[in-house]
Ligand binder design. Sequence first.
Ligand SMILES: [Zn+2]
Length: 406
Amino acid sequence: MASNAQLKLLTDFLNIPDVKVTHFKQDPSLGIILSISSLNSEVTCPHCGQKSHKLHHNYSHLIKDLPMHGQNVYLQVNKRQMKCEKCLTTFSEPLEFCEPKRNYTKRLADDILSQVKHSNIKSVAERTGVSESEIETMLKDLRKSLVGQKPQDLKRLGIDEISLRKGQGNYCAVLVDLDNSQLLALVPDRTQSAIKKVLMSWGIDVLSGIEEVSIDLWRPYKSLVEKLMPNGSVVADRFHVMHQVQEELDNSRKQAKKEVNNMKDSEKKTAKIQAITHGKYVLLANSDNLTEAQKRKLEEINKEFPKLQKMHGLKEQLREIFENDINWFDGLLDLAEWLKKSADLFPKSQGTIRRWLVEITAYFEQRTTNGIVEGINQKIKLVKRCGFGFRNIDNFELRCLLAFQD
Ligand SMILES: [Zn+2]
């Protein structure tokens, strides 16, 4: 029999508000069993709000809690059933520390879920003694609270896509709150209708609160914004614009390499081949990030390939236009100037930029980009790499959302 002082100590140690430990037992096979009871003699009637002390019935109920000193802890709860003196209904006392119909405390579920974040269900189950099916239930409860959640104060939305399998397609669309870098949804199927379904589930209040939507250069996304978000203006993500320009530059590099390979053997050919081999990175990378050796490599390419030199220069100019702190109008003028200069060298990008001119220049208003999606993408890939053995995309989305919980 534990002394009052010991029970007081255990109560402090347990640290659940308005609860005291009344008994303590250590069972060799189960672990520690703490009998607890509520300090509140009154319970508010959920039907009429009347405070009631009239006990109708007592229930014993076993609830699993966080382990203590490596031992499992069970709380034996006296769950009271009360009878309301006013409206005469009977009701059970709600337990603050436990969700209704669950046999574990909220804090145990939180702890388990944070372990699941970094590990798989099976090993968490083995480590903690909580069964796999209980963990599945915890995940399901979490899913209800996370996936069904509507975005709060969403002003700037990013729609982008990520590839889960390198080089094999398997794209997912991600919806992101750009102001707080929060993943809002992962849509397995990046079709317009799949994304539309998610957006619609947020309801008109959320959708009409959205002011800007950053998208890649894909028309179906644009038409979704136009259809569903009455106050949302479309911003074309500058990184996708740059990506297209880089791609065109890279195609020219490949072409140049091919031409050089077809040249007759000569000193000139040797010099050119040497210059262009392993030239992709230095041409495509942001020039500010190049090392001294890489800069020399770039100079070598520039010397041998005047066309690539010009294209590289234009690519860097476009990047600077996006990076310079200029207003909308100057941004537009700079872009127009760039289009004029690059007409012959970047015919494909020209077409894209002209078609998306309104959305691309919208960037100069608030400098909204999908830049943070890259970081989110890394995090999602990490979730995937951890080999959680997700069998379906719902579970995977849940794990991703979980990874973004603090
Ligand atoms: Zn009542």
